[in-house]
Each structure stands twice: as C-alpha cells, then as structure tokens.
Design a protein around this ligand. Structure first.
Ligand code: BTN
Length: 253
C-alpha cells in the first residue's frame, strides 16, 4: 500500500530524514557491530550523496536514496557480480510501477529509461575481522528530479516520463526483487543473473565507447559480460578487451 514499506522477512528498515550518505551510515553501523544482513538504510535527502568514480550524487528530497547491508558468504571478487542482480531488481520494480518507462540496464549498474539515466548504484565493501566481508549496496533513483549532467550521459526522473512513483512503493518493490535475485544467485550462481541482465541491457552487439578515464576511451562492439561481470569489448583490430570499470556511451549510428 502507498505510504508503507514492506520488506522481505527478517529485513529491517532504518529511516532518516537527512544524512550525509546512506552508504556512509550503513558502513558506520557495520563498523559498530550494529548491522545485519538485510539492514536497509533509507533517507529522504542526502547532504553528501556519493556516486561511482568519486562523483557527487544529486540528492534533494523527492528521490529515493537507500542502502542495503548484505553479507553473502563468497569471496570479494564474486560479490561484485551481485550488483547486476541489484540492477535487475531496480529495473523490474520500476517496470512494475510504470510499464511505459521500459527500464534498461546500462553497464555496469545504471538504469536507463528512454535514453536518460534514472538510477545508479554504488557497491562498497567493509572487511570483517573474521568471516566474509560485508557489502553495502547503495541505490539512488531519480523520481522527482534529475541533475543537469552537461556532457555526460543525460539524467532523467520518473516524473519526466509521466510516472509518479511513490517512495515507499518503490523501496518495497526493489527490496522484494533484490531478495529474489540474491536467493537465485546463491542457489544457481551468476549464469541466470547474467542472462537476465543481458536481456535487458542496452547496446549488446552494437558499437560502444567506454570512457576509462578523462583522456582514455576505448571503442568497439559490446559483446557481453564475462564470468566476473567485466564488459567484453571486441576492438576493430580483432582484440577482445575485458573492462572492469568505466562509463559507457552509445555513439550515434
Ligand atoms: C552512480 O551511478 O554513480 C552511483 C550512484 C549511487 C547513489 C546512491 S544514493 C544511496 C547511496 N548513498 C550514496 O551516497 N550513494 C548511493
């Protein structure tokens, strides 16, 4: 129902009006020993929202900002693949609330609707004195407003698409789908996650540009994901390159 958050069994919501970053709050809880798998930190506003690659994440009231504390019993390198399941969870939850949005996945973990970035995620790890590391999976979704992004990939809010989405409904939907993909990944591994992600992905089989840094761009055909979640890029000279971090752009054809 509107106005209420429903979480999977055993998960717990910690709601704030304003924090610096829900990822930072989740990390602090882990460090204090006050977080468990399934702790969800939600804030209506962030004063220091963080994006990938050291960027700032535009965080005024009206959009969704939340972070999940997870602790899958796998090595760090494998945990990163879960972010593809999380991207699927966001896309599926948005689609359920607004089918015309047609949410697509953009490598590595963005959600794009009608050519604009609607959601992004930031996965961070916190190592433990013993046992597997903790994961903090922060997800931001532009519902009311999107930033002006200049030369970067354009951003878009769900309201720009004529989709008024409730914060509580979306949070509940993402959590439910995330629990589904988490269970699927634990049971069947990365293969089903990768297959579902590729089905929703933008640009597979097409030319893409991957910006690796301010002065380094690779061009090629986006062939898919490898076992680790790296982007597989076939270059013109026949070389196949695996890219683990960068920003993807789709050149006009
Ligand atoms: C990106 O696309 O660059 C990732 C954006 C991640 C934003 C979310 S909002 C909730 C959580 N808290 C943060 O400070 N960042 C993430």
């Amino acid at each position: 129902t509107a106005g209420a958050v429903t979480l999977p069994m055993g998960w717990r919501l910690i709601a704030h009006d304003a924090v610096d970053s829900t990822n930072a709050v989740a990390r602090a809880l882990i460090t204090k020993g006050a977080a468990e798998e399934g702790t969800v930190v939600w804030a209506r506003e962030q004063t220091g929202g963080r994006g990938r690659q050291g960027r700032v994440w535009h965080s005024p009231p009206g959009n969704l900002y939340h972070s999940y504390v997870l602790r899958p019993d796998v090595p760090l390198a494998e945990a990163a693949r879960l972010s593809f399941g999380a991207a699927l969870a966001v896309a599926e939850a948005l689609e359920a609330l607004c089918p015309i949005a047609d949410p697509r996945c953009k490598w590595p973990n963005d959600i794009v609707c009608h050519g604009g970035k609607v959601a992004g995620m930031l996965m961070e790890t916190v190592s433990a004195a013993s046992g597997p590391p903790w994961l903090v999976l922060g997800i931001g979704v532009n519902l009311k407003t999107a930033p002006i992004t200049g030369a970067l990939f354009p951003a878009l809010a769900m309201e720009d698409l004529g989709c008024p989405v409730g914060l509580e409904d979306l949070l509940s939907g993402i959590a439910q789908r995330l629990a589904y993909w988490l269970a699927k990944w634990r049971q069947d591994g990365f293969a089903p996650v990768r297959a579902a992600w590729l089905e929703r992905a933008l640009g597979v089989g097409k030319p893409v540009e991957v910006r690796l840094g301010p002065h380094r761009t690779q061009r090629g055909i986006f062939q898919g994901l490898d076992e680790a979640g790296c982007l597989v890029l076939a270059e013109e000279d026949g070389m196949v390159r695996l890219i683990s971090a960068g920003d993807v752009f789709f050149p006009p054809q």
